[in-house]
Design a protein around this ligand. Structure first.
Ligand code: SME
Length: 174
């Protein structure tokens, strides 16, 4: 099976995300390690979607003071900030609210954490496992773009579908 990004035609986003979701399912089949699967999922997305400069995940962990925060996981793009407090930046806000946040202009988001100065817009999708009431939240998926207002409602719907597939496909750390 080939996962070359060039065969996804995002002039029809619903169709392209449908194909990408199918390919993500195939790519992750037979493996449940969260590092392996988030690495391959973010590589697939970064290769397939036009106009991205960063794609990766942050996962929850407990710091030395016993406080829960986010730590960076597998990604594609420039080196990123390692730890983000719950409620901080776009990632920490999406994590705290357990909901997708679309930021059309990162300079207009109060508290945005700039990792790559090329980023102009951003979407962060929580990774939530269906059917796990107490442990539903397992991380966030973060995509950055050098283009203003890169992510629309079709991207949100398509990427939430990808996030659901990824969340269900992994055994996550406690
Ligand atoms: N911009 C994010 C930080 C992560 S980097 O973009 C990779 C934020 O505000 O949470």
């Amino acid at each position: 099976m080939s996962f070359a990004g060039s065969h996804y035609d995002f002039s029809d986003k619903a169709r392209a995300y449908g194909e990408l979701a199918r390919d993500l399912g195939a790519l992750l089949a037979g493996e449940r390690h969260w590092i392996a699967n988030t690495a391959n999922a973010t590589a697939l997305i970064f290769d397939a979607l036009p106009d991205l400069n960063w794609a990766g995940v942050y996962v929850p962990t407990t710091n030395a003071s016993g406080v829960r925060e986010l730590v960076v996981g597998p990604f594609q793009g420039k080196p990123a900030c390692v730890r983000i407090a719950m409620g901080s930046g776009v990632c920490g806000t999406a994590a705290a609210r357990r909901e997708t946040i679309v930021v059309p202009d990162v300079t207009a988001f109060d508290g945005h954490i700039a990792c790559d100065s090329a980023s102009r817009s951003e979407i962060v999708i929580p990774l939530l496992r269906a059917g796990h009431a107490d442990a539903a939240f397992v991380g966030v998926m973060d995509l950055d773009s050098p283009r203003l207002a890169r992510f629309d409602d079709a991207d949100r719907a398509g990427l939430e579908r990808m996030a659901a597939i990824l969340a269900a496909a992994c055994d996550w750390p406690a």
